[in-house]
Ligand binder design. Structure first.
Ligand code: DUC
Ligand code: ZN
Ligand code: ZN
Ligand code: ZN
Length: 473
C-alpha cells in the first residue's frame, strides 16, 4: 500500500463538532483535512454515510495478566485485535509488580508482552507497597519511561491491596512528579470480612460474590480516597465506578472544586445483578467481576454521571477468563477469577444505549469513549482527536449499522460474551490504527507488533488545581 490514504465523503465527528470533510492520512499522521485535497497516489476509502471519529481509547484493560492463580486469556495480540474490530485503537493496560517487587521490572515485563499488540498502548503502573525504592522507581518511570499514571487497589486484601498510609505516600509523591493516581475503590477489609462471614454461613456459590461487595463497600472507599486526595491537594481518578454511592461522592467533590475523575464500564451501564440470580454456576461465574453487577437502579445514576460530566471516561476492565478458569471457584466464590470481557463491544454498547436513546449526543459519545481519556492521561491532541498532526487512529463509524453480539463471532479469546444476544445499532465499518487499515468489512488486517508504546509526559504542576505552585492562594 502507498502509505497515503484518503478518507472521502464522511462526516468528521469529534467531541467538539461535526464537519463534512475529507481526511488525508500520510505516514500514520493526519496530513490534511478539507475538500479538494491533493490526493494523487492515495488509496481511497469511501466514508459516504459514515461518521469519522477518533478511535476509541480503553483506559482500563488487563491482557495476559496473572491474577487469582490464572492468566487472563486475551493476550496483547488477541485483545487488541478484538479492540480494533470494535473501533478501539488504543488501550491503557496495567503493569503489576510481583509482591514486594520492582515497578520498573513490571513495566519491562508488560512492555515485552505488549510487543505483539496491533494497536497503540500504554501502561498505568501499580503501586502495591511503599518504600524509598518505590518512590525512586516512580520518579524514573515518569522521567524515563513515559508513565504519568499509577494505580492502587483498595481491595484484594493479602494480595494487591494497599492501606491508607501507602495511598497517602504514593498519591502525594505522584503529585510532586506530575503523575495522576488511579484507584480501585472498594474497602478490602470489608470485602474480606463479608467473604468470611458468607462462607461460614455456607454461602459458597457465585451468589455470594455480590453479597460480599455491596454498594456501600465501594461508596466508603470512594469517599475515603477522595478525602485523602483532598488532604494532599492531589487529583484522583477512580476506576470502574459502578454505584450511585460513588457517583454521588465524586459529584460532591467536583462541586467543591476538587479534581476527581470517574470512569464507568460499558458492562455496568447495561447489565444488572440479576445475572447472579441463577443456579447455573457457569453463567453466574462468568459475571463475577469486581465491582460486581449492581441493582438496576444504579444504572440511571451512571448514565446521568456521564451526561453531566461527573464521570468522564468509559472503559471495560477487559479481563477474560474461560469457563475452566472460572471453575476454580466452583466450591468457593472467592476463588473465581474476577473479570469480564468487553473491549470489542464498548463502542457499540455506548452508541446503542447512549446515543440512540438520547442519553448522549454524538459529540459526548466521542468525548467519553476517546477524547476525555486522551486529555486526562495527557496524550491529547495526538490521541482522541481528528486534527492535522494527530495520529491517524480513526474509525469509519456506521451509526445505523446493526449487529448481534455473540461469543460465536467475537474476536476476544474467551468462551462467552456478557452482552450475548444483544442487538446493537452503531458499529465500526473500518478501523485505521496508526494510518493502517486494520479492520475493514468485517475482516481483520492486523500485523502483530504494529502497535506502538505511547509515552505520556507528566503534567505541569500548574495543571493540578490544588498543587502548591508557589502562586498566591
Ligand atoms: N476486577 C476484575 O473484575 N478483574 C480484574 C481486576 C479487578 O479489579
Ligand atoms: Zn502501510
Ligand atoms: Zn479494579
Ligand atoms: Zn482492572
Amino acid at each position: 500500500r502507498s502509505g497515503t490514504l484518503l478518507i472521502r465523503g464522511g462526516t468528521i465527528q469529534t467531541a467538539e463538532s461535526a464537519l463534512r470533510a475529507d481526511i488525508l492520512v500520510r505516514d500514520g499522521i493526519i496530513a490534511a483535512i478539507g475538500d479538494g485535497l491533493d490526493t494523487s497516489g492515495a488509496d481511497v476509502l469511501d466514508a459516504g454515510g459514515l461518521l469519522v471519529i477518533p478511535g476509541g481509547i480503553d483506559p482500563h484493560t488487563h491482557m495476559e495478566m496473572p491474577f487469582m492463580g490464572e492468566v487472563s486469556s486475551d493476550d496483547f495480540r488477541t485483545g487488541t485485535e478484538a479492540a480494533v474490530a470494535g473501533g478501539t485503537t488504543m488501550i491503557i493496560d496495567f503493569a503489576i509488580p510481583e509482591p514486594g517487587g520492582s515497578l520498573i521490572e513490571a513495566w519491562r515485563v508488560w512492555s515485552e508482552r505488549a510487543k505483539k499488540a496491533v494497536c497503540d498502548y500504554a501502561f498505568h503502573v501499580c503501586v502495591t507497597h511503599w518504600s524509598a525504592s518505590v518512590a525512586s522507581e516512580m520518579e524514573t518511570l515518569v522521567r524515563d519511561h513515559g508513565v504519568n499514571s499509577f494505580k492502587h487497589f483498595m481491595a484484594y486484601k493479602g494480595a494487591l491491596m494497599v492501606d491508607d498510609g501507602v495511598l497517602l505516600s504514593s498519591v502525594g509523591h505522584a503529585l510532586s512528579l506530575g503523575a495522576l493516581c488511579n484507584v480501585h475503590a472498594e474497602n478490602g477489609d470489608a470485602v474480606a470480612h463479608l467473604q468470611k462471614t458468607l462462607l461460614e454461613r455456607g454461602i459458597t456459590g457465585p451468589k455470594g460474590h455480590p453479597l460480599s461487595r455491596p454498594p456501600s463497600v465501594e461508596g466508603e472507599a470512594a469517599q475515603r480516597i477522595i478525602a485523602i486526595a483532598d488532604v494532599l491537594g492531589a487529583p484522583i481518578y477512580i476506576v470502574h465506578v459502578s454505584t450511585a454511592d460513588a457517583t454521588d461522592a465524586i459529584g460532591r467533590a467536583r462541586a467543591n472544586g476538587q479534581r476527581v475523575f470517574g470512569e464507568v464500564l460499558a458492562q455496568h451501564l447495561v447489565i444488572d445483578d440479576s445475572v447472579y440470580d441463577t443456579d447455573d454456576f457457569r453463567s453466574a461465574a462468568a459475571h463475577v467481576m469486581s465491582p460486581p453487577f449492581r441493582p438496576k437502579s444504579h444504572q440511571a445514576k451512571l448514565w446521568a454521571g456521564l451526561a453531566n460530566g461527573t464521570l468522564q471516561t468509559t472503559a471495560t476492565d477487559h479481563c477474560c477468563f474461560c469457563a475452566p478458569q472460572k471453575a476454580n471457584g466452583r466450591d468457593d466464590f472467592t476463588k473465581i477469577p474476577n473479570g469480564t470481557p468487553g473491549i470489542e463491544d464498548r463502542m457499540s454498547v455506548l452508541w446503542h444505549h447512549g446515543v440512540r436513546t438520547g442519553r448522549l449526543t454524538p459529540a459526548e459519545f466521542v468525548a467519553v469513549t476517546s477524547t476525555n481519556t486522551a486529555k486526562i492521561f495527557n496524550i491529547h491532541p495526538r490521541k482522541g482527536n481528528v486534527s492535522v498532526g494527530a495520529d491517524a487512529d480513526l474509525v469509519l463509524w456506521d451509526p445505523n449499522g446493526t449487529r448481534t453480539i455473540s461469543a460465536a463471532t467475537h474476536h476476544q479469546r474467551v468462551d462467552y460474551n456478557v452482552f450475548e444476544g444483544m442487538e446493537v445499532t452503531g458499529l465500526a465499518r473500518t478501523t485505521i490504527a496508526g494510518g493502517h487499515v486494520v479492520w475493514h468489512e468485517n475482516q481483520l488486517h492486523t500485523v502483530p507488533g504494529s502497535g506502538r508504546y505511547v509515552a505520556r509526559p507528566p503534567f505541569a504542576p500548574i495543571c493540578f488545581p490544588h498543587a502548591d505552585t508557589g502562586a498566591a492562594g
